[in-house]
Every structure is written in C-alpha cells, then in structure tokens.
Write a protein that binds this ligand. Structure first.
Ligand code: NAP
Ligand code: F7E
Length: 340
C-alpha cells in the first residue's frame, strides 16, 4: 500500500486529492493546522476512527512554519509521495499580508523540501505551482514562458518553484512543479471570484440578497474543474522522470463572462445585481492567464473534460442546492456536486 502526505488537506484541492488517493488504495496522511474553529468541513466525510484497523486516512497537526514538526512527520510517516498544497492561496490577501504570503507559499515549501531531503525518505515531491507566477507575460502560457509575477503570492510561488527545481537538480530529489491554472468547484473558497459569484446567484435567486460587489470584470482567466486537476497532480508523480508541467483548459473567459453565465443559468440578469467596489481591485492585476497544457496531454494523457459552461452549471447548481439543504456551505458528496 502506497503512503501519501498531503499538506493543505483541508483545502479545496487537498480534499479532492485525499479522496482520489484513498480510492486508489493509498494510506493518506494529511497535515492540518490547529484552528480555534473547526476547519475540516471539506474532509469531514473522509474522517474515520483512527483506532479502526481498516482506517487509511489520518490527520496530523502541523503548520508549514514549523520545520522541526515537518521533519518529525516525515520520519514518522515515511511517505512514498508528498503533495505540498498548503499556502495562503488568496492573491488579494497577499497584498495586505505580503510577509505571511511568503512565509507559507515560499519559505514553507523550502522547509518541507528540506525535511524531505534530511529525512532520507526517498519520496516523490509535488509542489503546487500557479499560473499566477506568469503574471505580466502574455498568453498562451506554457512551460517555456518566463515567470514574471505581479503579486506577493505569485512571487512566493515563483520562489518555491525555483527551490523545487534546485532540490531536484542539486540533490536528485524526484520533485516536480505542477503549474496549475485556476481550477474551481463547489468546494472553492468563498472569496475567490467564481464561488463568490455562484453563492451570490443562489442567494439573490432565493431573495436573501439583492447585489454582489465585485472589482475588475475585464480580467481573463482559464477556469477548470478541480477534481480533474488533482488527477493531473497524481499523474505527474507517477511519471518515470520528474518534469514540470502546466495543467489548464486552454479556454479563456473574462470575469464578466463568468458572471453573465452564472446569473443567466439561474434566469437572472446580472446587470441588475452586480455593483462595482474598488476594494476588490488589486494594486497590480494579472490581466490574462490562458494555459497551453499540450505537454501534459502528451506526457500524461491528461486532458480536462469539464469546460467553462459545464463548470458554471456545476457550481451554480451546487450553491443553489447547498442553500436549500440546511444552509450548508457546500455539498461534499461526489454524486451531488457533479463529480463521479
Ligand atoms: P485552499 O483551498 O486555499 O487551501 C489551502 C490549504 O493550505 C488549506 O488547507 C489551508 O489550511 C492550508 N494552509 C495555509 N497556510 C498553511 C500553513 N502555514 N501551514 C499549513 N497549512 C496551511 O487552496 P486550493 O485551491 O486547494 O489550492 C491548493 C494549492 O494549489 C495552494 O498552494 C494554491 O496556492 C495552489 N494553487 C491553486 C490554484 C487554484 O486555482 N485553486 C491554482 C494554482 C495553484 P486551512 O484550511 O486551515 O486554511
Ligand atoms: O480572482 C478578479 C480578480 O481571486 C480572479 C487562486 O486560486 O488562481 C487563483 O487566483 C480574477 C482576478 O483568483 C473580484 O481581480 C474581480 O483578476 O478568483 P480570484 P486568482 O487571483 O486568479 C491562481 C491560479 C492561484 O494560484 C490562486 O491561488 O477575478 N475579481 N472582482 C475578483 N476576484 C475576487 N476574488 N473577488 C472579487 O470581488
């Protein structure tokens, strides 16, 4: 039985990756921060009694700010694969808390790489890189595009990207950077624009709100479906040779187009319900991110199936259902949220 360690297991991607690896027969260990309120909602359906001999999912308290803890966990778990998904992933917040962004997404990755190296576990390492690292470079962006980040978050991810490459080339670690374009789902955090909009659509349709306040509607993004992207992460670590790869749909849309499609799906006119708020405009904007994932298709046979219109449908319908069913923040059963 293979063993995997996932940092950021309580996040959107961590929860889908844990499900995927458990379904593939792995023993899965997740690193979760201690918080004063429960932060395990996305993985609640996976949690089981750790005393049960058949349990294959284990949570470990920890934070990427504590290198000693990471090393101890590497020794204890001896994983075959490590997926580093932990980060403060909201780009907007990284302008307000740049040190914190660099601490988790940048230095945190180095602490984990160092723990992997020092433990001698000989495991494979996946680094959650981001299209945000391309910043000002025009699309389409691929593995050959230079990194020109335009946010503290993007800069921190670029640092982690180069450190991952450095550890691969210096110490022979089987370490890869996945350069993932935006991927969304009903489990997406509520501050990200897609989820903010689909939640607003559900609430406006239910008569609970009248408006949603947004920033720059002209930004172009390449939005994919998160469960397909975690499959891509796993495939990257199964390849014989470690290679950095882009995962993207190649399909582009503006924020305005996402908004219009989401409201339209619920039979609403977006122009009556969307208002501008300067607070959501960033000091520097990444205007256009559209990925070229042809190398991932060639090397891994990875190809996204859920396209823009389908993603909008999945997310709007999930938020409408979540509001109807006990006011839950998201519906985590695969058959309900459209996956599987
Ligand atoms: P997410 O939902 O925001 O999850 C982030 C996870 O990191 C959460 O589990 C969070 O814990 C944890 N975390 C944050 N700081 C930490 C720290 N110092 N120590 C330990 N854990 C910490 O993000 P996601 O969408 O799943 O994305 C997963 C990874 O891929 C992130 O690194 C993100 O930057 C990157 N990425 C995401 C996208 C995308 O479109 N989703 C695209 C490219 C790259 P709490 O639950 O306690 O907050
Ligand atoms: O913004 C614009 C905003 O916050 C998308 C993260 O997963 O993907 C994500 O980063 C666009 C930007 O995602 C609002 O200015 C307008 O142009 O949903 P977002 P992001 O910044 O692209 C990358 C790949 C990551 O790695 C990150 O971790 O939408 N926008 N009005 C708004 N954005 C937000 N959040 N809220 C608004 O009201």
């Amino acid at each position: 039985m293979k063993r995997a360690l996932i940092t950021g297991v309580t996040g959107q991607d961590g929860s889908y990756l844990a499900e995927l690896l458990l379904a593939k027969g792995y023993e899965v260990h997740g690193l979760a921060r201690r918080t004063s309120t429960v932060n395990t909602a996305r993985i609640a359906h996976l949690l089981a009694d750790p005393h049960e001999p058949t349990t294959r999912f284990f949570l470990h308290r920890g934070d990427l700010s504590d290198g000693g803890r990471l090393l101890a966990l590497l020794h204890e778990i001896r994983p075959d694969e490590v997926y580093n998904l932990a980060a403060e992933s909201y780009v907007g917040a990284s302008f307000e808390e740049p040190e914190h962004a660099g601490e988790a997404a940048g230095i945190g990755a180095v602490r984990l790489l160092e723990a992997v190296r020092r433990s001698g576990a000989g495991c494979r390492y996946y680094q959650a890189g981001s299209s945000e690292m391309y910043g000002a470079e025009p699309p389409p962006q691929s593995e050959c595009t230079p990194l020109r980040p335009r946010s503290p978050y993007g800069a921190a991810k670029a640092y982690a990207h180069w450190l991952t490459t450095t550890y691969r080339e210096s110490y022979g670690l089987h370490a890869v950077n996945g350069i993932l374009f935006n991927h969304e789902s009903p489990r997406r955090g509520e501050v990200f624009v897609t989820r903010k909009v689909t939640r607003a659509v559900a609430r406006i349709q239910a008569g609970l709100d009248d408006f949603v306040y947004l920033g720059n509607l002209d930004a172009v993004r390449d939005w994919g479906y998160a469960p397909e992207y975690v499959e891509g992460m796993w495939r990257m670590l199964q390849a014989d040779e470690p290679e950095d790869l882009v995962l993207a749909t190649g399909e582009s849309a503006t924020v305005r187009e996402f908004v219009a499609a989401a409201f339209d799906h619920a039979g609403l006119d977006w122009e009556k319900h969307v208002r501008f708020d300067q607070r959501y405009v960033r000091p520097a904007e990444v205007e256009s991110l559209v990925g070229d994932a042809s190398r991932a298709e060639e090397r891994l046979g990875w190809k996204p199936r859920v396209r823009f219109a389908e993603l909008v449908r999945i997310m709007v319908e999930a938020d409408i259902r979540a509001l109807r069913h006990e006011g839950r923040h998201w519906i985590d059963h695969p058959e309900v949220d459209g996956w599987g």
